[in-house]
Write a protein that binds this ligand. Sequence first.
Ligand SMILES: [Mn+2]
Length: 258
Amino acid sequence: MPLSPSSPPVPAAAGGRDLFVVGDVHGCADELAALLDRAGFDPARHHLVLVGDVFAKGPDPAGVFRTVRTAGGEMVLGNHDVALLARREGLAHRPAGDRGWDPHGWCARVLTEEAPGAWGLLESAPLVLTSGATWVLHAGLDPAVGLAATSREDVLTVRRLAGGPGAPFWWERWEGPETVVFGHDAKRGLVRRVHRGRTVALGLDTGCVYGGRLTGWFAGEDRLTSVAARRAYSPLARPVPPGPPGRSSGSPGSPPVP
Ligand SMILES: [Mn+2]
């Protein structure tokens, strides 16, 4: 799917409250509710921000939306959220039956039937939410050019910088001063990059939908809280098989985006 240029960062509607940034929820509604409870989340004092990939893959996307709405939360777009919007609009239609399970199609149908308000949240979600020196985005940025010149596709999907399997992760080259809070990399799990004594990158995707944990971070307190997944709802994508350039890394039935 072609991607349009980056949209500008949007200030989070924190209103003086501390940000509580939560990693990739992927439809894990029970775990999101449990995390807010364990963290002592209070909407009068805290503002919920999700790093994207909020609904697809997991068991209860409508329940996730209800919890986010009750909390008054905001989200940035993840690659699966973009796929979900595309599926709703028919832009990424896959003929039924040709690749088996269609997680985005199922998720889009559940949201339309049980939580149609989720579409407004998705349609209004920016690529980047900011609060002071904290930037929240789904995957990452290009440290060589900075956020403003990073492509939309990189914001949604970057992990390693260009250069092959051994290339550094983007956050290994990011020196701040802003703290970039991101998700999208369950294989890496919790990532904290400290440069000159300050946290400049914090990765919160601890793989809840794969049976890992769901993690949140209070920005002002620099405090992490997490809860265990009740079970593994989805297999973690297989490693990319060796093969010639251009070979698809997806297996039959796997989602179109990793
Ligand atoms: Mn993602």
